[in-house]
Ligand binder design. Structure first.
Ligand code: PSV
Ligand code: MN
Ligand code: MN
Length: 388
């Protein structure tokens, strides 16, 4: 099986947004290991992200997290990014690290605290207007640890009211994506635990509100591709946070833990029109690199998405639906598996070369001298997030 020209045209347009925080040092609650060359500023994070894009042409946008990436002049940051041939993407809000949000943010019982959280989102929307970003991504740590601790129903109602105010502030070309996560940091209940809750909340808001699906935010065994198919069918899949997991919200390199799952997800994306020109779906990474180098970690990630997209595009959909309609269980399964088992790496390498890109972006990065340069230039790099 080879990748045909229609598939190559789709692959050529593929864009995967990188998270600024992936370039900072991160770790577990046990230890954050430092890495030579870690960026000290958002400008340095942008230049690292631009390197990933330069070598792959897959990563033209960088997502910001506020306040981690706060600056005085966002118009200047926008220009800075443009000079590096990248643009500023999704703005992620953050109501999970301040003491006042200990018992919730948009769901809090105290109207003054809810207002503070709403104001933070207003600030994010103002930033989006300056950076030219389309999407506001909201992930809430809100939830409880013990049965009875909070009024689950009341919290939903307050969430809906808070989101309504944030939604009303969006510009015509701006959107809100609501991310769900089944647990953590709250362990008994989370206020937006699943796609159904996110869907119910964003549906009440309007067309500019959609669901964000983070692949690491489901219970083990969840059929994520089914959720993808359903949200695409409903026109409410706004974005992906791609990463992979073995156990909880591991934030490992996408496609590392279960390449087949990534293939199945991307097949449903293709099937549901998620790669079409008018698709509402934004593709983002939400990863942290605890022990591996960050820039090659991001290069590996976007290449994994590209490879699995290429394999998903190889599925012979006519033959598949014929087999499905004929009740040919094993035939249909074989058609899907044939595409999954096709190694597209050498075809993609040749295609990259034909476009003036390195055949092997990982090797090209290692040979570029960039890592040595940043290690020498940057002293005292940042932690992802909290140290930023
Ligand atoms: C929460 O686990 C999450 O996936 C959200 O997207 C946050 O904004 C992100 O991680 C960064 O910590
Ligand atoms: Mn996420
Ligand atoms: Mn997460």
């Amino acid at each position: 099986m080879t990748i045909d020209s229609t598939a190559l045209a789709t692959l050529e347009k593929q864009a995967i947004e990188l998270p600024s925080w992936a370039f900072g040092n991160s770790g577990t609650r046990f230890k954050v290991f430092g890495t030579p060359g870690t960026p000290r500023t958002i400008q340095e994070k942008l230049s690292d992200a631009a390197k990933v894009h330069e070598l792959t042409r897959l990563a033209p946008k960088v997502a910001l997290h506020i306040p981690w990436d706060k600056v005085d002049d966002y118009a200047a940051l926008r220009d800075y990014a443009a000079n590096l041939d990248v643009t500023l993407g999704t703005v992620n809000s953050n109501t999970f690290q301040d003491d006042i949000y200990k018992f919730g943010s948009l769901t809090h019982t105290d109207a003054a605290i809810r207002q503070k959280a709403i104001d933070h989102h207003f600030e994010c929307i103002d930033i989006m207007s300056e950076t030219g970003s389309r999407d506001l991504k909201i992930w809430l740590a809100d939830g409880t640890n013990y049965p009875g601790q909070g009024d689950i129903r009341g919290r939903q109602d307050r969430l809906a009211e808070s989101l309504e105010q944030i939604y009303a502030r969006l510009g015509d070309d701006q959107r809100l994506v609501l991310e769900y996560k089944f647990f953590e940091p709250a362990f008994y209940h989370t206020d937006v635990p699943d796609w159904g809750t996110s869907y119910a909340q964003v549906s009440a808001l309007g067309d500019k509100a959609l669901v964000c699906l983070d692949t690491g935010h489901h219970a083990p065994g969840t059929n994520i591709e089914f959720i993808v198919a359903q949200l695409l069918r409903l026109g409410k899949l706004g974005s992906f946070d791609f990463n992979s997991r073995f156990y909880a919200d591991d934030d490992l390199i996408v496609g590392a833990a279960d390449p087949f799952q990534l293939f199945r997800i991307l097949y449903e994306v293709v099937r549901g029109g998620g790669l079409d020109d008018d698709s509402p779906v934004a593709f983002m990474l939400d990863q942290c690199h605890n022990v591996e180098d960050k820039i090659p970690g991001q290069i590996r990630s976007v290449l994994n998405v590209q490879e699995m997209t290429a394999r998903a595009l190889l599925v012979d959909r006519d033959a598949l639906s014929a087999a499905q309609n004929a009740g040919d269980v094993l035939g249909a399964n074989a058609i899907l598996m044939d595409a999954f088992y096709t190694d597209v790496r050498s075809d993609l390498a040749a295609w990259r070369e034909s476009r003036g890109l390195p055949a092997d972006p990982m090797a090209a990065y290692a040979a570029s001298g960039y890592q040595e340069q940043i290690a020498a230039d940057r002293v005292g790099g940042q932690q992802a997030g909290w140290g930023a």
